[in-house]
Ligand binder design. Structure first.
Ligand SMILES: Cc1ncc(COP(=O)(O)O)c(C=O)c1O
Length: 393
C-alpha cells in the first residue's frame, strides 16, 4: 500500500510537484544520516568500513532498488553520477560491438546523454547519428553498435516502448542503453523481462535519495563477462587491498566500480528507499496515472484555452509528469511558486509538473490547478520580477 505524504517531511501547505527533479525528504533519512555521521564516522572512524558494513552499502542499496526496475541486485552498481554512469556504459556497449561504427541517439534527449554519447564517439572514433524521436528504430542498421534512449522525455513526459524498441533494435544486432532517470520509482520497468542490455538512472528524483545522490547502472548478466568500462579503478579490482600493480577486474558488474563509494550519500539513499517498503510498482503506476489524468482533465476544463498540454494523453505513452506549453511559462512557474505550488520550467516554453506517486495526492492536483487559474486570471505570470531567470529554473 502507498504510505502517502505522511512518510515525507514536506512543509505544511506546500504543493510539491517537482519530485521529477528533486524528490522530497522521506522521514527517517535525517536521523539515519546524523547517526552515520556522528556514530559511524565520528566514533567508529576507519573501523566503520568493516564494523558498520560500509563496503556492503552498495549491495544493500541495490537490493532495495532492484525490484523497482526488475533486475537482480547483483547486476547493479551504484556510486557515480548519471553522467559518469552513461559514459561507462556507453563505452562498454561500443566495445561489445567492435565491428559496428555508429552510436544512435535522439535529439530531444537530456543534454548530458547527448554530450556523453558525442564524447564517446569522438574518443573511440565512432559516428554519432541523430534519430527521429518519433521513430528511433529507423536509424538503427547493421552498422549500429548502440541505440541510447531516455525512457521518459524530460521535457514532454512522453514514454518510449522499452520492451518493443529493445527487441527490434536487438534484431538488427544493436545494443540498447536506457536512461531511466524519469522512470525508476514512478513508472514500472522490468529490464529482465524486456531482455534489455544496459541501463542507468539517477536516484534523486522519484527515488528521493537527496540532491546529487549516486546514480545506478545495470548491465545484463549475459554481457558482464565481456563488458569493459573505461575508468578502471581500485574499487573495481578483484582484490583492492592486495594493492597489485596490474588491474584485474572484479567479476560481474562490480568491475564498473572505480573509486571509494560515497558512504554518506549511499546511507541517505538506503534510508530513503525504505519509503517504498510494501509498495508495488503496479500501485505506483496506478497512482501516478490517476494523478496525471486528473491534472490533464482539470487543466483542459479550466485553462485549456491558455495552455497546451504537450504530454501524451494516451496513458501508455505517458511517464509521471505533465508538461504545459505557455509563451510565458517561466513566469507561470514562478508565480505558482509564489503561491506555494512548486513545479519547474524548461526552456523555451515548458512548465513541468511532476507527480510523485509516493506522496502526491489528488488534493495536490486540485490545489495546483486552482492556483494556476488564479495566476493566469490575475496575470501574475507577467510580473516584471520574473523577466530575469534564476540559475536553476
Ligand atoms: C534523463 C536524465 N539523464 C541524466 C540526468 C542528469 O545526470 P546527472 O545525475 O549526472 O546530473 C538527468 C537530470 O535531470 C536526466 O533527467
Amino acid at each position: 500500500m502507498i504510505p502517502g505524504p505522511g512518510r515525507f517531511e514536506l512543509p505544511e501547505g506546500l504543493v510539491y510537484l517537482d519530485g521529477n527533479s528533486l524528490g522530497a525528504l522521506p522521514t527517517g533519512v535525517a536521523d539515519r544520516l546524523s547517526q552515520v555521521v556522528r556514530e559511524e564516522w565520528g566514533r567508529g572512524l576507519i573501523r566503520s568500513w568493516n564494523d558498520a558494513g560500509w563496503m556492503q552499502l552498495v549491495g544493500r542499496v541495490a537490493a532495495r532498488l532492484a525490484p523497482l526496475v526488475g533486475v537482480d541486485p547483483a547486476d547493479l552498481h551504484l556510486g557515480d553520477s548519471t553522467t559518469v554512469s552513461l559514459f561507462k556504459t556507453t563505452v562498454a556497449a561500443a566495445r561489445l560491438r567492435p565491428g559496428r561504427r555508429v552510436l544512435v541517439l535522439e535529439p530531444t534527449t537530456f543534454p548530458t546523454d547527448g554530450y556523453v554519447t558525442a564524447a564517446v564517439a569522438e574518443l573511440l572514433g565512432l559516428e554519432l547519428r541523430w534519430c527521429d524521436p518519433a521513430d528511433p528504430l529507423a536509424s538503427v542498421d547493421e552498422d549500429t553498435a548502440l541505440l541510447s534512449l531516455t525512457h521518459v522525455d524530460f521535457r514532454t513526459g512522453a514514454l518510449f516502448d522499452l520492451p518493443g524498441i529493445t527487441a527490434r533494435a536487438q534484431e538488427r544486432g544493436a545494443l540498447v542503453l536506457w536512461d531511466l532517470c524519469h522512470s525508476a520509482g514512478a513508472v514500472p520497468v522490468d529490464l529482465t523481462a524486456a531482455g534489455a542490455d544496459l541501463a542507468v538512472g539517477c536516484t534523486y528524483k522519484y527515488l528521493n535519495g537527496g540532491p546529487g545522490s549516486p546514480a545506478w547502472l545495470w548491465v545484463a548478466p549475459r554481457h558482464q563477462a565481456a563488458a569493459r568500462q573505461p575508468i578502471s579503478g581500485w574499487m573495481g579490482h578483484a582484490t583492492p587491498f592486495a594493492m597489485a600493480r596490474d588491474f584485474e577486474p572484479r567479476e560481474g558488474v562490480g568491475s564498473f566500480a572505480s573509486g571509494t563509494p560515497p558512504v554518506l550519500a549511499l546511507s541517505a539513499l538506503e534510508a530513503s528507499l525504505e519509503a517504498f517498503d510494501g509498495v508495488t510498482v503496479t500501485e505506483l503506476r496506478e497512482r501516478s496515472l490517476a494523478l496525471t489524468e486528473r491534472f490533464i482533465e482539470l487543466v483542459d476544463e479550466h485553462v485549456g484555452d491558455a495552455v497546451e498540454v504537450v504530454t501524451p494523453r494516451e496513458q501508455g505513452r505517458r511517464g509521471s509528469q505533465v508538461s504545459l506549453r505557455h509563451p510565458a511559462a517561466y513566469g507561470v512557474v514562478q508565480a505558482l511558486v509564489a503561491r506555494d505550488v512548486i513545479g519547474d520550467f524548461r526552456d523555451p516554453d515548458i512548465a513541468r509538473f511532476g507527480f510523485a506517486p509516493l506522496y502526491n495526492t489528488l488534493a495536490d492536483v486540485e490545489t495546483a490547478v486552482e492556483r494556476l487559474v488564479l495566476v493566469l486570471e490575475h496575470e501574475e505570470h507577467l510580473d516584471p520580477a520574473y523577466a530575469a531567470r534564476n540559475a536553476v529554473t
